[in-house]
Ligand binder design. Structure first.
Ligand code: TIU
Length: 225
């Protein structure tokens, strides 16, 4: 057990029971010319999280701890795409349509895949999720249970959408979540800040919020690197 500085109070980190969960660091959300930018979003707001994630991932892998990646997207036949999600927003280009990097949020397309900087390696499960939360209609909970995971270090995008939804789902399933502020991001800075505030308010109603540097220092100090 090691202590990681966090809010609203220090996180009792147990590496033997922890996994790193990296949410939706996909090309279509993060890369210039992708779907996110096509919708008018500033991908620079998300790209700030790439380098901290890259450093954390390297330290986490060096410590030999489990990593799980998620991707938001749908089957090529769109049979798992709720009609309401397909038409939401009223845009002329929506999920499943041809986009700048292949069909938008469709599994197997270039834009759906994880950015090269954080690409999964052998032994790191990739959970394909049709919703915003990583537990809905996926086998994530089974994977965590079989590996004895009880704590999640959560990073990725976007803070107020898929990260927040996943942390809420995880909290209700009994997992302790440490969300890393510098390794998450939103197209909207104010939603990033509030998304983190919502997690740590009321004594940590959904979890803890910390920074990657403190966690990496803990990984190093406990001789796990
Ligand atoms: N991964 C994720 O957060 N999906 C989104 O659609 N986020 C938005 O902020 N739109």
């Amino acid at each position: 057990m090691a202590v990681v500085r966090a809010e609203p109070y220090d996180f009792a980190f147990d590496p033997a029971q922890a996994a790193l969960l990296i949410i939706d660091m996909q090309r279509d959300f993060l890369e210039p010319g992708g779907f996110g930018e096509m919708l008018g979003n500033d991908v620079g707001q998300l790209r700030r999280a790439i380098e901290p994630n890259r450093r954390l991932l390297a330290a986490w892998r060096a410590a030999g701890l489990p990593v799980i990646h998620t991707r938001e997207g749908h089957r090529p036949d769109l049979s798992d795409l709720p009609p309401a999600k397909k038409v939401r927003g009223g845009g002329k280009t929506t999920i499943g349509d041809p986009g700048p990097m292949g069909r938008i949020l469709v599994r197997g397309e270039a834009g759906h895949d994880i950015i090269p900087e954080l690409y999964p390696i052998a032994g790191e499960p990739v959970v394909d999720k049709p919703g915003k939360g990583a537990f809905f209609a996926t086998d994530l909970e089974a994977i965590l249970k079989h590996r004895g995971v009880k704590q999640l270090v959560v990073t990725g995008v976007t803070t107020e959408v898929c990260v927040n939804t996943t942390v809420r789902e995880a909290n209700d399933r009994g997992f302790d979540c440490l969300v890393l502020a510098d390794c998450t991001g939103s197209y909207f800075p104010e939603f990033h800040a509030m998304g983190l505030n919502m997690i740590k308010a009321q004594g940590g109603i959904f979890g803890w919020v910390g920074d990657s540097a403190d966690l990496i220092a803990t990984l190093g100090a406990s001789g796990m690197k």
